[in-house]
Ligand binder design. Structure first.
Ligand code: F3S
Length: 288
């Protein structure tokens, strides 16, 4: 008898699930719903929400050109990655009903950088400067802030005399790389306040995928082609299981399972909706 086993931490992390649930809740109020930026990095989820009438505000400029309808029956939802403080202020000044679905782990970073920069510390954000989460964090600093993405940038960083540092990280940054960068700052002899703000959702997802792949005869990884965390899952699973498949939708799955398969493992990237994971699970069960 073949077993189909889903990895413990497959698919949406806590923060993304919470944000998507918030959109569905708000849809139930009958208001016109906007999200500031796409709510998740998954085209299908965004398309489905658009079909239900959810509109995406792409950027600050678009927001500046908008005004809420006279009935005020409109709500703007802030996605899990968060936004700079200025965006919240614009929403408020325009009178939009704002529903903040920023992940609490990201919100915590906003509070840290706000407090520490007000206390006069120079903020260093370890992360990808182009990532919306990092742009958001930067937007909560009340003084100088620098984004550092790699060891070289850390080595080149120079702090003005008498200044103190506060170092935080993007929630999805690689822990070992963060440690290496922190070490470089420590060697510089600055007075540093280091706060490790890496979220363990990514690590947990990878750990549970690896554990199943190590036992599985066939492993299926579901997620977007451009999703870097899904590609990483595929890489990890392929190392453990030679029959690892990377699929985006159920249509990509053309499994010709050998008869002797004992265990089929399934995992999914952070932006893969539950519905798709269930469809794949059911399909594989029927095939067996
Ligand atoms: Fe997800 Fe929040 Fe962590 S959005 S990756 S649970 S910081």
């Amino acid at each position: 008898m073949t077993e189909v086993r889903l990895a413990e931490c497959a698919g949406f992390c806590f923060g993304v699930r919470r944000a998507v649930d918030t959109v569905y809740e708000q849809l139930g109020t009958g208001k016109t719903i906007y999200t500031y930026g796409p709510i998740v990095h998954n085209g299908e989820v965004v398309r489905e929400l658009e079909e239900r009438g959810v509109r995406v505000i792409q950027n600050r400029e678009e927001l500046l050109g908008m005004s809420p309808g006279a009935s005020r029956e409109e709500a703007v939802i802030i996605r899990a990655h968060g936004v700079p403080r200025e965006i919240c202020e614009i929403l408020e000044s325009k009178g939009f009903a704002c529903v903040d679905a920023t992940c609490p782990f990201v919100k915590k970073i906003h509070r840290i950088v706000e407090r520490e920069s007000r206390a006069g510390r120079h903020i260093v954000i370890v992360g990808d400067p182009r990532h919306p989460e990092v742009e958001g964090i930067r937007g909560w600093c009340d003084g100088p802030a620098t984004v550092v993405e790699n060891a070289e940038e850390a080595r080149n960083f120079a702090l003005s005399e008498g200044c103190e540092l506060c170092i935080v990280s993007q929630t999805t940054f690689n822990y070992n790389k963060f440690q290496d960068i922190v070490e470089i700052f420590q060697k510089k002899g600055y007075n540093n306040n280091i706060v490790n703000t890496i979220c363990n959702a990514t690590e947990e997802r990878q750990r549970s995928a690896r554990a199943i792949a190590a036992e599985a005869d066939v492993m299926i990884v579901i997620g977007g082609k451009h999703s870097s965390n899904t590609r990483k899952l595929y890489e990890i699973c392929s190392r453990e299981c030679a029959n690892t498949y990377f699929i985006q939708t159920l249509d990509d799955l053309r499994l010709e399972l050998p008869k002797a398969v004992r265990l089929v493992g399934i995992t999914a990237g952070a932006s893969t909706p539950n519905k798709l994971i269930e469809e794949v699970q059911n399909y594989v069960r029927i095939k067996l």
